[in-house]
Design a protein around this ligand. Structure first.
Ligand code: SAM
Length: 210
Protein backbone atom coordinates (compact mmCIF):
# COMPACT_ATOMS: atom_id res chain seq x y z
CA UNK A 1 0.00 0.00 0.00
CA UNK A 2 1.56 3.25 -1.12
CA UNK A 3 1.83 6.11 1.37
CA UNK A 4 0.14 8.36 -1.20
CA UNK A 5 -3.01 6.23 -0.96
CA UNK A 6 -3.42 7.15 2.72
CA UNK A 7 -2.34 10.78 2.35
CA UNK A 8 -5.04 11.18 -0.29
CA UNK A 9 -7.65 9.52 1.92
CA UNK A 10 -6.88 12.02 4.67
CA UNK A 11 -6.70 15.09 2.44
CA UNK A 12 -10.03 14.11 0.78
CA UNK A 13 -11.50 13.32 4.22
CA UNK A 14 -12.41 9.78 3.07
CA UNK A 15 -11.99 8.33 6.54
CA UNK A 16 -15.00 6.04 6.94
CA UNK A 17 -12.87 3.94 9.32
CA UNK A 18 -12.84 6.70 11.93
CA UNK A 19 -15.18 6.08 14.87
CA UNK A 20 -16.74 8.89 16.86
CA UNK A 21 -17.36 6.57 19.82
CA UNK A 22 -14.83 4.52 21.75
CA UNK A 23 -14.43 1.04 20.27
CA UNK A 24 -16.70 -1.46 22.02
CA UNK A 25 -14.13 -4.26 21.94
CA UNK A 26 -11.55 -2.00 23.51
CA UNK A 27 -13.78 -0.92 26.39
CA UNK A 28 -14.97 -4.51 26.94
CA UNK A 29 -11.68 -6.41 26.72
CA UNK A 30 -8.84 -4.05 27.65
CA UNK A 31 -9.24 -5.14 31.29
CA UNK A 32 -8.58 -8.77 30.22
CA UNK A 33 -4.94 -7.73 29.70
CA UNK A 34 -4.70 -7.32 33.49
CA UNK A 35 -2.79 -4.02 33.32
CA UNK A 36 -2.52 -1.45 36.10
CA UNK A 37 -2.61 1.67 33.94
CA UNK A 38 1.08 2.42 34.57
CA UNK A 39 2.18 0.65 31.40
CA UNK A 40 3.01 2.67 28.27
CA UNK A 41 0.74 1.75 25.36
CA UNK A 42 1.48 1.92 21.66
CA UNK A 43 -1.25 2.46 19.06
CA UNK A 44 0.09 1.67 15.57
CA UNK A 45 -1.56 3.26 12.52
CA UNK A 46 -3.61 5.30 14.95
CA UNK A 47 -5.34 7.79 12.65
CA UNK A 48 -7.02 10.30 14.93
CA UNK A 49 -8.68 7.55 16.94
CA UNK A 50 -10.50 8.69 20.07
CA UNK A 51 -9.61 5.29 21.56
CA UNK A 52 -6.31 6.92 22.54
CA UNK A 53 -8.25 9.24 24.85
CA UNK A 54 -9.95 6.24 26.44
CA UNK A 55 -6.60 4.49 26.97
CA UNK A 56 -5.22 7.66 28.53
CA UNK A 57 -8.24 7.78 30.85
CA UNK A 58 -7.23 4.30 32.06
CA UNK A 59 -3.95 5.85 33.17
CA UNK A 60 -1.68 4.74 30.32
CA UNK A 61 0.75 7.04 28.59
CA UNK A 62 -0.05 6.56 24.92
CA UNK A 63 2.14 6.78 21.83
CA UNK A 64 0.41 6.63 18.47
CA UNK A 65 2.11 6.40 15.09
CA UNK A 66 0.32 7.62 12.01
CA UNK A 67 1.52 8.32 8.48
CA UNK A 68 -0.68 11.38 8.06
CA UNK A 69 0.50 14.56 9.71
CA UNK A 70 -2.98 15.96 9.02
CA UNK A 71 -4.57 13.20 11.12
CA UNK A 72 -2.16 13.86 14.01
CA UNK A 73 -2.85 17.58 13.88
CA UNK A 74 -6.62 16.98 13.72
CA UNK A 75 -6.52 14.63 16.72
CA UNK A 76 -5.25 17.43 18.97
CA UNK A 77 -7.29 20.15 17.22
CA UNK A 78 -10.44 18.16 18.00
CA UNK A 79 -9.44 18.33 21.69
CA UNK A 80 -9.19 22.10 21.28
CA UNK A 81 -5.39 22.01 21.29
CA UNK A 82 -3.19 23.51 18.57
CA UNK A 83 0.32 22.08 18.79
CA UNK A 84 3.20 22.74 16.46
CA UNK A 85 4.98 19.54 15.53
CA UNK A 86 8.63 19.08 16.49
CA UNK A 87 10.80 17.36 13.91
CA UNK A 88 12.44 14.30 15.41
CA UNK A 89 14.42 12.26 12.89
CA UNK A 90 11.92 10.86 10.40
CA UNK A 91 8.92 11.88 12.52
CA UNK A 92 6.82 14.90 13.38
CA UNK A 93 6.11 14.69 17.08
CA UNK A 94 3.23 16.27 19.01
CA UNK A 95 2.64 15.60 22.68
CA UNK A 96 0.13 16.78 25.25
CA UNK A 97 -1.17 15.37 28.54
CA UNK A 98 0.31 11.89 28.16
CA UNK A 99 -0.57 11.34 24.52
CA UNK A 100 2.28 11.53 22.01
CA UNK A 101 1.61 11.25 18.28
CA UNK A 102 4.42 10.56 15.85
CA UNK A 103 3.60 11.36 12.25
CA UNK A 104 5.59 9.03 10.02
CA UNK A 105 6.07 5.44 8.93
CA UNK A 106 5.43 2.82 11.62
CA UNK A 107 8.12 0.60 10.14
CA UNK A 108 10.74 3.23 11.06
CA UNK A 109 9.95 3.03 14.78
CA UNK A 110 11.84 1.23 17.52
CA UNK A 111 10.99 0.42 21.15
CA UNK A 112 12.69 3.48 22.53
CA UNK A 113 10.90 5.92 20.23
CA UNK A 114 7.64 4.35 21.40
CA UNK A 115 8.44 4.77 25.10
CA UNK A 116 9.03 1.03 25.63
CA UNK A 117 5.38 -0.04 25.36
CA UNK A 118 4.10 -2.97 27.42
CA UNK A 119 0.87 -3.20 25.42
CA UNK A 120 -0.29 -2.49 21.89
CA UNK A 121 -3.79 -1.72 20.70
CA UNK A 122 -4.46 -2.63 17.08
CA UNK A 123 -7.79 -1.63 15.65
CA UNK A 124 -7.89 -1.34 11.85
CA UNK A 125 -4.08 -1.42 11.62
CA UNK A 126 -3.22 -4.99 10.55
CA UNK A 127 -6.30 -5.08 8.33
CA UNK A 128 -5.26 -1.81 6.66
CA UNK A 129 -2.16 -3.46 5.20
CA UNK A 130 -1.86 -5.71 2.13
CA UNK A 131 -0.61 -9.32 2.57
CA UNK A 132 3.16 -8.82 2.21
CA UNK A 133 3.11 -5.79 4.51
CA UNK A 134 1.17 -7.79 7.10
CA UNK A 135 4.13 -10.18 7.32
CA UNK A 136 6.49 -7.23 7.89
CA UNK A 137 4.04 -5.69 10.36
CA UNK A 138 3.83 -8.86 12.48
CA UNK A 139 7.64 -9.13 12.52
CA UNK A 140 7.88 -5.46 13.48
CA UNK A 141 5.38 -5.88 16.35
CA UNK A 142 7.50 -8.78 17.59
CA UNK A 143 10.62 -6.60 17.42
CA UNK A 144 8.88 -3.88 19.47
CA UNK A 145 7.79 -6.20 22.28
CA UNK A 146 9.45 -8.08 25.12
CA UNK A 147 8.36 -11.27 26.88
CA UNK A 148 4.95 -10.80 28.53
CA UNK A 149 3.96 -7.74 26.48
CA UNK A 150 0.50 -7.94 25.00
CA UNK A 151 -1.49 -6.91 21.95
CA UNK A 152 -5.23 -6.41 21.83
CA UNK A 153 -6.01 -7.01 18.17
CA UNK A 154 -9.34 -6.34 16.50
CA UNK A 155 -9.43 -8.08 13.12
CA UNK A 156 -11.99 -8.11 10.36
CA UNK A 157 -12.78 -11.08 8.16
CA UNK A 158 -15.17 -11.61 5.27
CA UNK A 159 -15.63 -13.85 2.23
CA UNK A 160 -14.50 -12.97 -1.31
CA UNK A 161 -11.57 -10.88 -0.10
CA UNK A 162 -10.88 -7.68 -2.01
CA UNK A 163 -7.65 -5.98 -2.86
CA UNK A 164 -7.87 -2.79 -0.85
CA UNK A 165 -8.41 -1.85 2.78
CA UNK A 166 -10.04 -3.02 4.88
CA UNK A 167 -8.52 -6.40 4.04
CA UNK A 168 -10.00 -9.65 5.32
CA UNK A 169 -7.60 -11.26 7.80
CA UNK A 170 -8.89 -14.61 9.03
CA UNK A 171 -7.89 -16.59 12.10
CA UNK A 172 -5.54 -18.92 10.19
CA UNK A 173 -3.59 -15.93 8.92
CA UNK A 174 -3.46 -14.31 12.37
CA UNK A 175 -1.93 -17.58 13.64
CA UNK A 176 0.52 -17.80 10.70
CA UNK A 177 1.64 -14.22 11.31
CA UNK A 178 1.96 -14.20 15.07
CA UNK A 179 2.04 -17.73 16.56
CA UNK A 180 5.84 -18.10 16.46
CA UNK A 181 6.32 -15.09 18.76
CA UNK A 182 3.00 -14.75 20.57
CA UNK A 183 0.49 -16.94 22.41
CA UNK A 184 -2.83 -16.18 20.74
CA UNK A 185 -6.19 -16.24 22.46
CA UNK A 186 -9.43 -15.50 20.60
CA UNK A 187 -11.50 -13.46 23.05
CA UNK A 188 -14.71 -12.84 21.13
CA UNK A 189 -16.28 -12.27 17.75
CA UNK A 190 -19.43 -10.85 16.23
CA UNK A 191 -21.13 -11.11 12.86
CA UNK A 192 -21.68 -7.72 11.30
CA UNK A 193 -24.96 -8.31 9.53
CA UNK A 194 -25.10 -4.74 8.31
CA UNK A 195 -21.53 -4.98 6.99
CA UNK A 196 -20.46 -4.01 3.47
CA UNK A 197 -18.93 -7.42 2.75
CA UNK A 198 -20.13 -11.02 2.58
CA UNK A 199 -20.21 -12.86 5.95
CA UNK A 200 -18.39 -10.03 7.65
CA UNK A 201 -17.17 -10.67 11.20
CA UNK A 202 -15.00 -8.84 13.68
CA UNK A 203 -12.77 -11.02 15.82
CA UNK A 204 -10.87 -9.82 18.86
CA UNK A 205 -7.64 -11.48 19.98
CA UNK A 206 -5.27 -11.17 22.91
CA UNK A 207 -1.66 -11.86 21.99
CA UNK A 208 1.00 -12.39 24.64
CA UNK A 209 4.67 -12.21 23.65
CA UNK A 210 6.50 -15.47 24.34
C1 SAM B 1 -7.89 2.05 8.51
S1 SAM B 1 -7.05 3.42 9.21
C2 SAM B 1 -7.27 3.07 10.94
C3 SAM B 1 -6.94 4.22 11.84
C4 SAM B 1 -7.18 3.96 13.34
N1 SAM B 1 -6.51 2.77 13.81
C5 SAM B 1 -8.65 3.93 13.66
O1 SAM B 1 -9.09 2.94 14.27
O2 SAM B 1 -9.36 4.89 13.34
C6 SAM B 1 -5.36 3.01 8.90
C7 SAM B 1 -4.41 4.15 9.17
O3 SAM B 1 -3.08 3.70 9.02
C8 SAM B 1 -2.29 4.76 8.51
N2 SAM B 1 -1.09 4.14 7.93
C9 SAM B 1 -1.03 3.37 6.82
N3 SAM B 1 0.24 2.93 6.61
C10 SAM B 1 0.98 3.42 7.63
C11 SAM B 1 2.35 3.33 7.97
N4 SAM B 1 3.23 2.64 7.21
N5 SAM B 1 2.79 3.96 9.08
C12 SAM B 1 1.92 4.66 9.86
N6 SAM B 1 0.60 4.79 9.59
C13 SAM B 1 0.14 4.19 8.48
C14 SAM B 1 -3.22 5.44 7.52
O4 SAM B 1 -2.85 6.78 7.24
C15 SAM B 1 -4.58 5.34 8.24
O5 SAM B 1 -4.84 6.49 9.00
Amino acid sequence: MKHAFWHERWSDNRIGFHQSDFNGWLTKYWSSLGLSGEEPVFVPLCGKSRDMLWLREQGHRVTGVELSDLACRDFFAEQGVDIDAIEEGEFHRRERDGICLLAGDVFKTDREALNNPRAIYDRAALIALPPSMRVDYAAHMASLTAVGDQILLVALEYDNPRNEPPFSVKGDEVRDLFAAEFVIEELDSADLNEGRFENQREVVYRLVRR
